[in-house]
Design a protein around this ligand. Structure first.
Ligand SMILES: [Zn+2]
Ligand SMILES: [Zn+2]
Length: 930
């Protein structure tokens, strides 16, 4: 079989030597641009097959548009900051947590982080090159570079000036393992369904001995931070007797109790307001008024008891309520997720781990009514997989909610592929938008450029190195921690020292800032930045919807009041052959190199474009890619091979033939009509960034070309063909079809297209060629319809032969076709006769939905003799093949029985290039010396 790996490597070497990519990249004056943004990967791991997927799409459209005369600057990029990088380094160093990092030294730690993010850069570059992804890897943007960080500072300062960057105590999803809050786009990636024990607990009322407020919670650890209980003042509550105790709960929630209880009293929730209760834990003595019943508007009755446990530091609604009522903001949990030293027997214990002990303790103290397992979606850290807590933290926020309307407007203007993401995944996300939790209490990231006065607490935000230098007199060469932390400013108000706040920022901010920061705008490259904003298209996996797709949208809408991309391709996951997620654990991860070695990169690319519509997940395996090779690539290759082989045999010179003259042959007219329809469909689909429709149209065309055009044209060419004019027409047509087809294929399968195109045309490269333009005059819709009918009739005729057990080689006298509409012209009828090997077609006009075909299967001696002659031809061709005869090689044949009729003997001689048919015991050939 063809060695695709070798073929593609030769093409790669050719591209490199002749600098074909660079040649496509030379911008001509006044040329239109296609703007593409590379979503930066992190090179601290090897690239996987899902990266090949994204890169296949990223490569397709720039190649396509380049052929249309556009200029596409393709700047590479690397994402380098962030928690994932830090966690990897912690693992390598065998340390864990912030205390150990600081003992190890922030400077050394950050140095390790920096090294680690380029560890696999070679692997990335090699794979990128091998799959034919043309991108400028020599001048990439790098998010940890000094200039990049300065541009991020410039953006942050803009936000600061607008009042959109602020610090707030807020309850945020927080990972105590990583010691940092997570932004909501990070949290969205880590929900899992889990089963946990929820509990019903009893809070004793202070003034009514033996009466309890019944409360339900799914997070027992938050009970230590309880400061109030909330009720709906307007709802009906009841006091019930259960054995010797009295319980209070909402009437609507009575279902949580057994029928053994007895309702004693009914009253509005209002009556409960202000009542004091005994806390379950009284470790903390508060100065403020605590532990009483308060009103709230978020009480629900569909679950729980209608009395809501309020721990202001551990729930968003709780916090807002506490703010309104002046409840104390006091932590019983440290930032590392353990109970503080105040918490008696629980001090120092991880809150999630201590839950069982809390439940046991309440049971022992007879304050637990019951436990109830519940299944709910709980957020986990997307990186370390630890459970997240809702935790009040002093954190920096970007006020994305200030531009919510603009974000929705800009998203609505964006073309999403697939379209349903716009209103779905992305639209829903924007509807429930909250402020962007920006700061991270970590080390390896863009430092938040805010300095605060130790005296009067005045804060300033720095927007450039020049500005910092003006204040401090110097700027560290490396703007990362710890060097930046050493820069101390002087307060212009009180003259005291100002130090930088300790936080770094969310690394998703870095990548979302790339339209600006990749050019070090506004400090440099103003013209390039303006030329390259916004992007015409971006393409990444769907999990970027709330990641990079969102941060790009958010930052550019905050700063420029518009989105930074116009089209976005959001692709599904790459699963294994059985539809399971690929994971180390299952051992089903496919190494892209293993596939490339066997099938080449074009096959993988084609698989991703054509196997399913964008947005769906991909099942992936070597076997599935090999199917693509068999079904599509080899079909195309065989047509090409057929052409090249016979052109040589016939000594046909393409260049000497005028390919654009009027085509007489109906097959030529048909395939050229189909070809021009294909140009139309492919172009229209690619304009909409729809690779699936385009690739399918190409696949259908190649199938028609192979199974009909070439199949029916075989007799038109080769040494046995009689009509020289028609032979030339066939070659000229097939040549034109193949050349245009390779141009259409060039963006999809750049290697295969290059190989065929170069060989056929002798031109430098298909990627320097122009995208084909449709020739409307060659489109003949009526003919295409008729040809469909012809093929349908042939299909039915073949089915009838199969039923009768008569091979196609055996000629038959007639086929009868019942059709509704008028009969076909002679040329089309001749096609049917040839294909079905019948001498006559009899038409019957009938009222039938689909054509019907019957065959006259009677075999006369004459028909039998003709069938035998054809069978002999077949056998002799086999022998020629076995003997490796050249196509034009003449032979003589020995055989036990030759047809009596001279016409048939002549026919055999002509078809097999036999000079003589001689008597012999068995069928045998001998080559003739020429
Ligand atoms: Zn974590
Ligand atoms: Zn001051």
């Amino acid at each position: 079989m063809l060695d695709f790996d070798k073929l593609e490597k030769n093409i790669l070497a050719f591209w490199k030597k002749e600098q074909i990519f660079e040649k496509t990249q030379r911008k001509k004056k006044g040329q239109k641009s296609l703007v593409f943004y590379e979503g930066p990967p992190t090179a601290n791991g090897k690239p996987g097959i899902h990266h090949v997927l994204a890169r296949a799409f990223k490569d397709l459209f720039p190649r396509y548009k380049t052929m249309q005369g556009f200029y596409c600057l393709r700047k590479g990029g690397w994402d380098t900051h962030g928690l994932p990088v830090e966690l990897e380094v912690e693992k390598e160093l065998g340390i864990s947590g912030k205390k150990q990092i600081e003992e190890y030294g922030i400077a050394k730690f950050n140095q390790k982080c920096k090294e680690s993010v380029f560890r696999y850069v070679d692997d990335w570059e090699k794979l990128t090159e091998r799959i034919g992804f043309w991108i400028d890897m020599k001048n990439p943007y790098v998010t940890c570079h000094r200039n990049y960080i300065e541009s991020c500072w410039w953006i942050l300062k803009k936000l600061w000036n607008k009042g959109w960057l602020h610090k707030d105590y807020k309850v945020v999803p927080y990972c105590f393992r990583c010691g940092t809050p997570l932004s909501s786009h990070e949290v969205a990636q880590g929900y899992k369904d889990i089963i946990e024990d929820s509990i019903y607990v009893k809070f004793p009322l202070k003034d009514e001995f033996g009466t309890f407020l019944l409360v339900w919670t799914t997070t027992p650890w938050t009970l230590l931070g309880n400061v109030a209980l909330a009720v709906d003042p307007k709802a009906a509550y009841v006091k019930v007797k259960l054995e010797k105790e009295y319980l209070i709960l909402a009437e609507a929630c009575l279902r949580v109790l057994t029928d053994k209880c007895q309702v004693i009293e009914k009253f509005p929730g209002e009556k409960l307001l202000g009542k004091s209760y005994q806390p379950l834990y009284d470790f903390v003595s508060y100065k403020e008024k605590v532990h009483y019943v308060v009103p709230a508007d978020f009480v629900v009755f569909t679950e729980g008891t209608g009395i809501v446990h309020t721990a202001v530091m551990y729930g968003e609604e709780d916090f807002e309520l506490g703010k309104k009522l002046g409840l104390p903001k006091h932590h019983v949990v440290a930032p590392d997720g353990t109970f503080t030293s105040e918490c008696g027997q629980f001090a120092g214990k991880n809150v999630k781990a201590a839950e069982e002990e809390i439940i046991e303790d309440l049971k022992r103290r007879k304050l637990l009514l019951k436990t109830e397992p519940i299944t709910h979606a709980y957020p986990f850290c997307w990186r370390c997989h630890g459970p997240l807590l809702y935790y009040a933290i002093d954190s920096w926020f970007i006020k994305t909610t200030a531009v919510k309307k603009a974000l929705i407007r800009e998203n609505n203007k964006t073309n999403w592929v697939p379209a349903y993401i716009k209103k779905g995944r992305m639209g829903n996300w924007l509807e429930t938008l909250i402020d962007w939790s920006l700061s991270r209490n970590r080390y390896w990231g863009t430092p938040l450029p805010i300095w605060q006065c130790l005296g009067c607490s005045k804060q300033i935000c720095i927007g450039s190195y020049a500005e910092l230098e003006a204040y401090a007199g110097k700027v560290p060469k490396d703007p990362h921690r710890p060097y930046i932390d050493e820069v101390v400013l002087k307060c212009s108000d009180c003259g005291q020292k100002m130090t930088r706040v300790s936080e770094v920022i969310d690394c998703w901010f870095d990548s979302g800032a790339m339209p600006v920061a990749q050019w070090h705008y506004p400090f440099e490259n103003e013209k390039t930045f303006k030329d390259q904003f916004p992007a015409d298209f971006i393409a990444e996996a769907m999990d970027q919807t709330r990641g990079w797709f969102f941060t790009l949208l958010a930052i550019s809408t905050l700063i420029f009041d518009r989105n930074s991309y116009q089209n976005v391709i959001s692709s599904g996951l790459v699963l294994d052959e059985k539809g399971r997620k690929m994971s180390k654990h299952l051992g089903n991860i496919v190494d892209p190199w293993e596939i490339i070695k066997v099938t080449g990169a074009d096959a993988i690319r084609w698989y991703f474009y054509s196997s399913t519509a964008v947005g769906n997940d991909y099942r992936f395996s070597l076997f599935l890619v090999q199917e693509v090779v068999k079904k599509f690539i080899l079909t195309l290759w065989n047509v090409y091979n057929f052409f090249v082989t016979y052109v040589k045999v016939d000594g046909f010179r393409v260049k000497e033939q005028e390919s654009r003259r009027v085509k007489e042959n109906i097959l030529d007219r048909w395939i050229l009509s189909r070809l021009n329809q294909l140009i139309k469909t492919a172009t229209q689909s690619l304009e909409k960034y729809d690779a699936f429709t385009a690739s399918h149209a190409i696949e259908d065309f190649v199938s028609d070309l192979s199974t009909w055009y070439v199949r029916r044209s075989r007799d038109r060419i080769g040494l046995t063909a009689e009509n020289g004019e028609d032979k030339n027409a066939c070659y000229a047509t097939l040549y034109e079809v193949l050349v245009i087809l390779t141009k259409l294929l060039a963006p999809f399968t750049p290697f295969l297209a290059e190989e065929i195109y170069k060989n056929l045309t002798g031109e430098e490269s298909v990627h320097l060629a122009d995208w084909p333009i449709i020739d409307k005059q060659l489109i003949d819709e009526k003919l295409e319809q008729q040809m469909k009918m012809v093929r349908k009739i042939c299909e039915l005729g073949h089915a009838r032969r199969k039923e009768a057990g008569i091979k196609v080689r055996q000629p038959l006298n007639r086929a009868k076709c019942k059709v509704q509409s008028a009969k076909l012209n002679d040329k089309l009828v001749q096609l049917i006769k040839d294909e079905l090997n019948v001498k006559e077609i009899v038409w019957e006009k009938r009222d039938v939905k689909e054509p019907e075909v019957t065959l006259d299967t009677r075999l006369t001696p004459q028909l039998k003799a003709e069938g035998e002659a054809r069978e002999l031809v077949r056998q002799i061709q086999e022998l020629r093949k076995k003997a490796n005869c050249r196509l034009e090689q003449q032979i003589k044949v020995y055989g036990p029985k030759w047809p009596e009729e001279k016409k048939l003997r002549e026919y055999i001689k002509k078809e097999t290039l036999a000079k003589e048919l001689l008597p012999g015991k068995t069928l045998k050939i001998a080559t003739l010396n020429d």
